[in-house]
Design a protein around this ligand. Structure first.
Ligand code: SF4
Length: 379
């Protein structure tokens, strides 16, 4: 059987892991497999099955374009659509394209396979990819209202006792995609394994600060990690986040290597709870004040069809724009690092407006100031 795997042409920093596992699964069954990105003419390859993946709901257009293109070119092939958008809005896809099959959630039979990294060599965007992406667990112990994980993956479960078999022999970096690594029942065993392996590790989805304790802080600090990512989504988490930063610092992690993901623009329609511009600024000041960097994350509703269009009742459009603007002008790689100039600007501000609005005549001045602070800090 010939299987064509399609990654639609949306923005992504990471290759399509689900399709790579499907590639290994189909190959183990003797199928001939090809992976393409976007709309690609596949000469000499007439697939029996086409499997199209999807990402966030707001990236739906490239998915629809892929369905139309491949259906038009291979009208006799079966088409299945999976991935996040397909799992959240299967009915929407079916309404437009009744002829496709939808796969909701994970495809469990392929989960135990090492992703087929070699298949990436034929896709320009991914041809130099050299990191192993691994889930050592799925699901989560928490139920954050803004998050799709509990709905898609349920309660946390460990997938493996060892990650060794999921590392490609040519790779020297590991990206862990566990949603809540420290909540995984096997996290200590994996931490020991990571230390023994000595490879560069990225806890890409962030570590749950509330679960960092003296024991795992020491283990985490001993790993080859460039940036430790934690989340600070509500003011109530403040003490846990500061304690986690202190614990990592006490075991030798430099604070400038800790990055705090910070959600804003979230509102819970059922409870009326949600962050406000002032509490966002308070959280930023807490983190910059202790010497770590802040990475703002604008909330997108799970079923959003247009990125950046949702505005929480506690925010105004111009306030949200001013954060995007500040990230571009005075941020670094979209983050606010703990540079002296930035700390002064935010901490001295009397309110959100003063902290974030950048008068156009002063933009260059801000940029120069922040860049001098950066030089000083890196010196
Ligand atoms: S802790 Fe993280 S993964 Fe778990 S529900 Fe909350 S946001 Fe989602």
């Amino acid at each position: 059987m010939k299987v064509l795997l399609v990654e639609p042409d949306y923005y992504s920093r990471y290759p399509p892991l689900g399709l790579m596992k499907l590639a290994s699964y189909h190959r183990s069954r003797g199928d001939e497999v090809r992976l393409v990105r976007g709309l690609t003419n596949n000469e000499n390859f007439n697939p029996d099955i086409i499997k199209i993946t999807s990402l966030f709901t707001y990236a739906w257009k490239p998915v629809h374009m892929a369905i139309e293109y491949y259906h038009h070119h291979y009208s006799n092939s079966e088409i299945t659509v999976g991935g996040i958008y397909a799992s959240i809005m299967p009915g929407r896809i079916k309404t437009y394209y009744p002829f496709v099959d939808i796969h909701v959630g994970l495809f469990n039979p392929s989960e135990r396979y090492l992703p087929d990294y070699d298949i990436l060599k034929n896709v320009d965007k991914w041809s130099n990819w050299n990191k192993s992406i691994i889930f050592s667990s799925r699901g989560c112990v928490r139920n954050c209202k803004f998050c799709i994980v509990p709905k898609l993956e349920g309660r946390i479960k460990s997938i493996t006792t060892s990650i060794q078999d999921f590392i490609h022999p040519d790779h020297n970096q590991i990206i862990l995609w566990d949603n809540n690594f420290l909540a995984s029942p096997r996290n200590e065993e994996i931490l020991i394994e990571l230390q023994d392996l000595g490879l560069r590790v990225d806890f890409n989805q962030g570590l749950d600060a509330r679960l960092i304790n003296e024991k795992n802080a020491e283990m985490l600090a001993n790993l080859n990690v460039k940036t430790y990512r934690l989340a600070f989504d509500y003011l109530d988490e403040r003490d846990a986040v500061i304690k986690a930063i202190d614990s990592l610092f006490n075991y030798g992690v430099r604070k400038r290597n800790i990055l705090i993901y910070m959600l804003y623009n979230f509102y819970n329609n059922q409870t009326g709870e949600g962050d406000s511009p002032e509490d966002f600024l308070a959280r930023i000041n807490d983190i910059l004040g202790v010497g770590c960097a802040v990475y703002p994350m604008r909330f997108e509703p799970l079923r959003s069809l247009k990125k950046g269009s949702y505005i929480s009742p506690k925010w105004k459009a111009n306030q949200l724009e001013s954060i995007a603007d500040a990230r571009r002008v005075i941020g670094y790689g979209g983050a606010f690092p703990p540079y002296e100039g930035l700390i002064k600007k935010f901490i001295k501000a009397e309110n959100f407006e003063e902290a974030f609005y950048l008068r156009s005549e002063n933009r260059d001045k801000y940029k120069t100031k922040i860049s001098k602070s950066r030089q000083k800090m890196l010196a």
